[in-house]
Design a protein. Structure first.
Length: 326
């Protein structure tokens, strides 16, 4: 009898020592999470997101199911995929980018939605305010429109003679429209003429490159969303082949050989999504969870690319860079 009690006691302690899968889950309940991604399978953002969700106890096959839909740079697919995930009765819908979040809003007013990488959620009317979202949507904003103006200013400081700048952007993304308008405002004050080079799908880049080859802009500014990010290598290669200095929104473009980038670490945004998911599963309402804005930005310059392009970055600009690639 004594041995039996000891074994039972050890077994009970072992059970108590096992951490719960997620604080908000009930015994036997499976948490179904829908994910709307603008990228392709294997995209870095989704990988980081799944790792962060695992850290808060949401693991595929252990009380959680992830229904992931990838638009692969096709903005028009968001609406159908959002409706599909709503029909699956997901407990939470994670929506990346402004078009993704807007599609989620159109698809449901009851399922909690956590947005990520959204340019301007107030300007896009996704939420009532950053402090009090007021509906079923909350999450993370990029603070992107204001940063677009900052990029143009940095480009002008790095290359003072520049007066004609091409802006490559996805014209079907409302969030990009807000960024482009902010860039236009900044261009007027800086004495810069902008050339809008719009794309909608990956199929449009050959024509966009042909337009820029003919127009010969003095510099290029690329607004980043799933469409342009998906073509980052070809964009960087085009800029180098045509000796066009360019500034980008994400460091990944510089890693691919781009000249300069100013923006936030997108991995940080995707990691932070797990905080919102965890809070909502534990009973918090999206309407009461403030939308977060980035507070940390990085300015990266690739001097190797500058040399290839034949441009000299002023020392005053180099000293402001967080990272200089030699």
């Amino acid at each position: 009898m004594k041995l039996r009690c000891t074994v039972l006691g050890i077994a009970l302690l072992a059970v108590l020592a096992v951490p719960p899968i997620a604080g908000a889950q009930h015994a036997g309940k499976v948490t179904r999470i829908g994910i709307l991604s603008g990228g392709a399978p294997g995209s870095r953002g989704v990988q980081v997101l799944l790792e962060a969700l695992r850290d808060v106890g949401l693991v595929e096959g252990r009380g959680a199911v992830f229904d992931i839909r990838y638009t692969e740079g096709r903005t028009e697919r968001f609406s159908a995929f959002a409706a599909e995930l709503v029909k699956l009765r997901v407990d939470i819908l994670i929506a990346a980018s402004t078009p993704g979040a807007m599609a989620a809003k159109q698809a449901t007013s009851t399922i909690p939605v956590v947005m990520v990488a959204v340019s301007d959620p107030v300007g896009s009317q996704l939420v009532a305010s950053l402090a009090r979202p007021g509906g079923n949507i909350t999450g993370l904003s990029l603070l992107a429109p204001a940063l677009s103006a900052k990029r143009l200013d940095l480009l002008k400081q790095a290359l003072p003679p520049v007066s004609r700048v091409a802006v490559l952007w996805n014209v079907s993304n409302e969030g990009m429209m807000l960024r482009f308008r902010e860039t236009e405002t900044a261009a007027r004050s800086l004495g810069v003429t902008l050339e809008s080079v719009g794309v909608r799908t990956p199929d449009d880049f050959a024509d966009a490159f042909a337009r820029m080859t003919k127009g010969r802009p003095e510099a290029l500014l690329v607004l980043a969303d799933t469409v342009t990010i998906g073509q980052s290598k070809s964009i960087v290669q085009f800029a180098e082949a045509n000796r066009i200095p360019a500034i980008y929104e994400q460091k990944s473009f510089v890693d691919a050989g781009g000249l300069m980038a100013y923006g936030i670490d997108m991995s940080d945004q995707y990691r932070r999504v797990a905080f919102y998911v965890d809070r909502i599963l534990k009973g918090a309402k999206p309407a009461d969870l403030p939308v977060e804005q980035p507070s940390k930005f990085e300015f990266v310059i690739n001097l190797k690319t500058a040399k290839t392009l034949g441009v000299t970055i002023p020392a005053s600009v180099l000293t402001r860079a967080d990272q200089v690639v030699e």
